[in-house]
Design a protein around this ligand. Structure first.
Ligand code: G3I
Length: 324
């Protein structure tokens, strides 16, 4: 995939989330990753709980390993993530910090993490999932919101920009693909940040999809229509975490529907210059976040390589779209 993309669509990175454990222990995983993709997003190891487990201790080893691997293989890195309400260590959530302390903790965290990878990480999900799952309300539960209110968003973006002025800064969320209360609210947020001169460069559309019998996937036309207004603000956009969950039924018919869905979304990304990346949330069903693979309780089936890391119809559909 990456060779075709680099030849035909050099502005559009072909990305995947990467987990540190298989990267360091499964040579087949590393080989397919380096061959097929030219952008990686660390799936977990740059999240606050893992990279900053104690107030005065950072744990960079796994994140460094991913960044080193990416550089060796001429891949871009998309950092994930700086200000989120989840994946926080206890010392943050249960530390009884006052508002000023929390503001200081977030600023120091961003300066340290972004600063460490300055010039090596091209883009960041500075803000992850700021909205409630399916409404227009901002999530109020995070320590960052509790300390600063809505201003934590501009604050985090400014701190990240200060730490690496060349990095592209994103807000990333799900259920934004079609027009509705949540995407309307994201649009208004992005517009007002830009009007205030806040360094925001792009929006990530996650695209975690379920394909059950009673489920209507997001129409590509609705997505095209919705995404255009973000592009018209001058923003970059990216498909940031696509997977298409088939759940129990992974019949041939279902695999074909999955392939078509990947292809339709990919074609939209191909069509509009503002798309900087088409990135999926892992590439092999062997290590998919759709299952608790670290508990060895089974595998997901939402990705483009099977559990043996063999290409699925979805892989072939992306490849043939790239060849057209
Ligand atoms: O590594 C530890 C392990 O040491 C420990 O024994 C085990 C027991 O709980 O946990 C392991 O960490 C888990 C990690 O995944 C696996 O590496 C965390 O508990 C678990 O919370 C974490 O889940 C991740 C989830 O985000 C929450 O951070 C998923 O892997 C990851 O795929 C998922 O990714 C999110 C994006 O960040 C944001 N958008 C949605 C997306 C999918 O849910």
């Amino acid at each position: 995939l990456r060779r075709l993309a680099e030849r035909r669509y050099p502005h559009l990175k072909i990305g995947t989330a990467v987990a540190a454990i298989p990267l360091l222990s499964d040579s087949d995983y590393a080989r397919v990753l380096g061959e097929q993709f030219n952008m990686v997003t660390p799936e977990n190891v740059m999240k606050f709980q893992f990279i900053h487990p104690q107030p005065d201790r950072y744990a960079f080893a796994d994140a460094d390993a991913i960044v080193d691997f990416a550089e060796l293989n001429h891949m871009a890195v998309h950092g994930h993530t700086l200000a989120w309400k989840e994946a926080l260590p206890r010392w943050v959530t249960e530390g009884n910090h006052d508002d000023d302390e929390l503001e200081h903790i977030l600023a120091e965290h961003i300066a340290t993490v972004v600063g460490r990878y300055k010039g090596r990480i091209a883009s960041w999900d500075v803000i992850n999932e700021p909205f409630e799952p399916f409404g227009s309300e901002l999530r109020t539960g995070s320590p960052w919101y509790q300390a600063m209110g809505e201003d934590y968003i501009a604050f985090a973006l400014r701190e990240a920009h200060r730490a690496d002025p060349d990095a592209k800064l994103y807000i990333n969320d799900y259920a934004l693909e079609h027009r509705g209360p949540k995407s309307d609210a994201m649009y208004e947020l992005a517009k007002s940040l830009l009007e205030d001169g806040v360094p925001l460069h792009g929006i990530g559309f996650q695209m975690h999809e379920d394909m059950t019998d009673d489920y209507q996937p997001i129409g590509v036309d609705a997505f095209r229509e919705n995404v255009q207004r973000f592009i018209d603000l001058g923003l970059e956009v990216r498909i940031s975490e696509m997977d298409v969950n088939l759940q129990e039924d992974d019949s041939r018919k279902r695999l074909k529907q999955q392939a078509k869905y990947y292809r339709d979304i990919f074609e939209l990304a191909k069509e509009k210059r503002a798309f900087t990346a088409f990135s999926i949330w892992g590439f092999t069903d062997r290590y998919s976040s759709l299952q608790d693979w670290w508990n060895e309780e089974g595998f997901g089936n939402g990705l483009i390589f099977d559990t043996q890391k063999k290409p699925k119809p979805a892989y072939h559909s992306l490849k043939s779209s790239l060849e057209e």
